[in-house]
Design a protein around this ligand. Structure first.
Ligand code: NAD
Ligand code: ZN
Length: 240
């Protein structure tokens, strides 16, 4: 199966890659749906919403600050690094569309990266539009952080449930133009990212899946590689 995936990637002129939380698992960052994804018994659906922030901004920031503390220490793993090699092999004819907010693709060195859900280090004011990139973990007493311009609340500049994802048109365009879609470490249930996979399948493109377990789309893809991304991707890229 890995040879078949390598052949598809070798022949492709333009590659689209969609990544989810699973690719960063081996960097020590928990996925939402894994058993370590819960924080103090809250599910992400209870915290990553505009309503939750309105009700209790401190609680939502505490959760983000906890996630920041994990991501602060995390380094790109072999899977991220393999995608940098793949971008080089494809001479830049490759785009990564990620659902992750950890910024690890950019840290690894990929140049063509779309962050559908934003970046965990980005913050914006709920009132005046002030925005900053602030790679820090806050002291508990400084939560929730305030806008230096107007004193209102800052919020994580990420996409919450019920909010529109970013760069969606551009992402559709990339998937439409690509010869192959490689999707990695995503349960393929969060929309509209999942619809990018469905679009590729429906239009008869090559689709390669790398995931720790089967997904509901495994039976419909060209190649399904089941296992850890940090193990499979280096093998795959080595064959190119
Ligand atoms: P998910 O948690 O729904 O699914 C993760 C998938 O990765 C699962 O199917 C799991 O089997 C697989 N997986 C786990 N370990 C793996 C490994 N080592 N190698 C390969 N696959 C592995 O994640 P999702 O579908 O990406 O969606 C959840 C949402 O949560 C996203 O919108 C994202 O913004 C957010 N999120 C981001 C991060 C991050 O930035 N690192 C972490 C958690 C959640
Ligand atoms: Zn402000």
């Amino acid at each position: 199966m890995i040879d078949k995936a390598a052949k598809i990637l070798k022949q492709a002129e333009f590659v689209a890659v969609l990544t989810g939380a699973g690719i960063s698992k081996d960097s020590g960052i928990p996925t939402f749906r894994g058993k370590d994804g819960l924080w103090r018994n809250f599910s992400p659906e209870e915290l990553a919403t505009p309503q939750a922030f309105q009700k209790n901004p401190k609680l939502v920031w505490e959760w983000y600050n906890w996630r920041r503390s994990i991501i602060y220490r995390a380094k790109p793993n072999a899977a991220h690094i393999s995608l940098v090699k793949l971008e080089e092999i494809k001479k830049g004819n490759l785009w990564i569309i990620t659902q992750n907010v950890d910024g690890l693709h950019i840290k690894a060195g990929n140049k063509n990266v779309i962050e559908l859900h934003g970046n965990i280090w980005s913050e914006r004011c709920i009132a005046c539009g002030f925005k900053r990139y602030n790679e820090c973990v806050y002291e508990y007493e400084n939560l929730p952080p305030k806008c230096p311009e107007c004193g209102n609340l800052l919020r994580p500049d990420v996409v919450w449930f019920g909010e529109p994802v970013r760069h969606l048109e551009e992402s559709y365009q990339i998937v439409r133009e690509a010869d192959v879609l490689l999707y990695i470490g995503t349960s393929a249930v969060v929309y509209p990212a999942a619809s990018l996979i469905e679009l590729s399948i429906a239009s008869g493109k090559y689709v390669i899946e790398i995931n720790y377990e089967k997904t509901h789309l495994s039976d419909y893809v060209s190649v399904s590689l089941i296992g850890r991304a940090a193990e499979i991707l280096p093998h795959l890229v080595q064959k190119l």
